[in-house]
Design a protein around this ligand. Structure first.
Ligand code: KIV
Ligand code: ZN
Length: 388
């Protein structure tokens, strides 16, 4: 029997912190509804104390979302927590996400404090948050660089104080997958009351390891992943929702499932990219423009014989339409014949041999040979057959 991994989407909070990605309340509301339809379990709608606009966005989202849990971020500060509680007042299901830095970098440089004081503040913030909701998530900021023994003490104490989810953020994206996985395993093995809460992975992508670390985390016992559409987020971003959802869906051998409706991934990726004015890199996994494009002759020939030779995901499964055979100077005869056929020309092997030489001349001049170039080649070769 496979186990559920909860998907906690933070596109509207960590994603929206990115310079240039700020959304107004209407845009946030529109995306929140799409995220709920996608099947995310928790929507982190914002940081209510940060501005009156964000307070309004969170409270409007809280009123309209029915199935997903709506979450608001706060620091370990009473006022923050009260404001988050007020913003979430009308939610069907609400969660307050509160916490404090636990690494020595944060304890000393940011708070000019010590481990015992931070432990007390962690316990206190969870208790304050429990006055507003039964669903309280604690984050141990910079857990990735926090000493495991101390982290285990913090996790045990916040669970005792009432935290139902404990977030273990790799805030700076520093951990290697085995280190992050071992950290989660350490907590599972050393925190006596860990069965009373869900451990959550919140991984940043500074070394390009956010997705790998999140997967290592769930393999070691975490059951929630915090992620964003297109991997948006502070600096190099967060774990990409589409990547973890498709890793879990493709690797049934991991023994997990999520509620994500994968067919919505590409349409929502485009919408987030447009609304946040943040282009998606073409080679981005799952949602990049080239994720299902084949351009070298060797790949195209194999793909045309059997798509599975070069594709592990059917593009329709992620709402990406059809795979593309792109024509470049590296393409082969089968790709050329296929593209001619798609636009109405049935050529014999001899025809293609002749046309291929002409095609290469065009391909060497251009980065990509377009449909209009194929029509021109066809017209020059067999005017009576030309369809355009
Ligand atoms: O990266 C981080 O540590 C965060 C916390 C606020 C959860 O975003
Ligand atoms: Zn973060």
């Amino acid at each position: 029997m496979s186990e559920k991994v909860y998907i906690f989407d933070t596109t509207l909070r960590d994603g929206e912190q990115v310079p240039g990605c700020k959304l107004n309340a209407t845009e946030k509301l529109e995306l929140a509804l799409k995220l709920e339809a996608l099947g995310v379990d928790i929507i982190e709608a914002g940081f209510p104390v940060s501005s009156p606009g964000d307070f309004d966005s969170v409270s409007q989202i809280a009123k309209i979302i029915k199935n997903a849990t709506v979450c608001g971020l706060s620091r370990a500060v009473q006022k923050d927590i009260e404001v988050a509680g007020a913003a979430l007042k009308f939610a069907n299901r609400s969660r307050i996400h509160t916490g404090i830095g636990t690494s020595d970098f944060h304890i000393k440089s940011k708070f000019n404090s010590n481990r015992e004081d931070i432990l007390e503040r962690a316990i206190q913030c969870v208790k304050w948050a429990r006055n507003f909701t039964d669903d309280v998530e604690f984050y141990a900021e910079d857990a990735g660089r926090t000493d495991n023994e101390y982290l285990a003490r913090v996790v045990e104490a916040v669970i005792k104080a009432g935290a139902t989810v404990v977030n273990i953020p790799d805030t700076t994206g520093y951990c290697l997958p085995n280190q992050y996985g071992e950290k989660i395993a350490y907590l599972i093995n050393h925190v006596p009351n860990v069965d009373k809460a869900i451990l959550s992975c919140h991984c940043h992508n500074d070394l390009g390891l956010a997705t790998a670390n999140s997967i290592a985390g769930i393999i070691s016992g975490a059951r929630q992943i915090e992620c964003t559409i297109n991997g948006l987020g502070e600096r190099a971003g967060n774990t990409a929702l589409e990547e973890v959802a498709m890793i879990i869906q493709s690797h049934k051998d991991l023994g997990f499932y999520t509620n994500i409706d994968s067919k919505q991934l590409n349409p929502l990726s485009r919408e987030v990219s447009d609304i946040m004015r943040m282009p998606v890199q073409p080679n981005k996994a799952i949602v990049g423009a080239n994720a299902f494009s084949h351009s070298s002759g060797i790949h195209q020939d194999g793909f045309l014989k059997d798509a599975q030779t070069y594709e592990i995901i059917n593009p329709e499964e992620v709402g990406a339409g059809e795979s593309k055979i792109v024509l470049t100077a590296r393409s082969g005869r089968s790709a050329l014949a296929h593209r001619f056929q798609k636009i109405g020309y049935q050529y014999t092997r001899n025809d293609i041999d002749f046309l291929y030489e002409k095609f290469l001349q065009v391909a060497d001049r251009k980065k990509e040979v377009e449909e209009s170039d194929l029509h021109s080649l066809a017209k020059a070769y067999s005017p009576e057959l030309a369809t355009n």
